[in-house]
Design a protein around this ligand. Sequence first.
Ligand code: ATP
Ligand code: MG
Length: 256
Amino acid sequence: MARIFAVANQKGGVGKTTTTVNLAAALAAHGQRVLLVDLDPQGNATMGSGVDKRAVPSTVYQVLVGLKTLQESRARSEQGGYDVLAANRDLAGAEVELVTLDNRERRLKDALATVETEYDFVLIDCPPSLSMLTLNGLCCAHGVIIPMQCEYYALEGLSDLVNTIKQVHAKMNRELKIIGLLRVMFDTRSTLSQQVSAQLESHFGDKVFKAIIPRNVRLAEAPSHGLPGVVFDKAAKGSQAYLSFAAEMIERIKTI
Ligand code: ATP
Ligand code: MG
């Protein structure tokens, strides 16, 4: 049965999409069956997986509003070795439409239930907000992966996210927990990064993943080739870090 993880942080540009795409490809490289769900109207995870967001016949939007099934909507990242439920600008309207539908926070959960035996991992790339879309992601997840940059303001935004996760846990999804905080775009030479990283470890203990993703230009270049970094340049330091992170995730799900 699939383990479902939402990659979330309401802060923009912190590495959610890079993490979702590379974790999907790295898990696939470790032999896992993976579905990536793009829940962001920007469609970056879709494009970064090599799926053309303008050319897909159907996306997560049609699934959420009940026009199509997930089975008929998913696409394939051939190079990445995983399936993709794509997103594009259509999804921007879903927020408003969902308000009028029943079961509005659980639409994605219901759709995923129909394919849960087909995957080992479902990874959901959330948009940079605590919106109805993110809520759909959190309502169906077993856990949240929080990517964060080790900088001064990172901890401030974290409390809002942690509170939202607590509320969803209390009211909508008893299974939800924070699986871990992932340090991304890490600059080993910066004293501030080291200090924030140490602070995170002392506050969150073993909720902080051992893997640390360095700032690495190959990860930033990969999307322009429509490839996950771990496929574009497997030997790059950033790719190797995501492969280690995937191995850590495979270990961690054995204990939850
Ligand atoms: P949004 O909130 O807009 O959805 P996001 O949290 O999904 O953003 P990304 O799109 O993954 O963040 O990353 C933001 C930018 O930082 C992108 O240009 C990406 O290529 C770059 N980036 C992400 N991770 C790394 C890294 N480890 N090294 C270098 N660049 C990175
Ligand atoms: Mg993103």
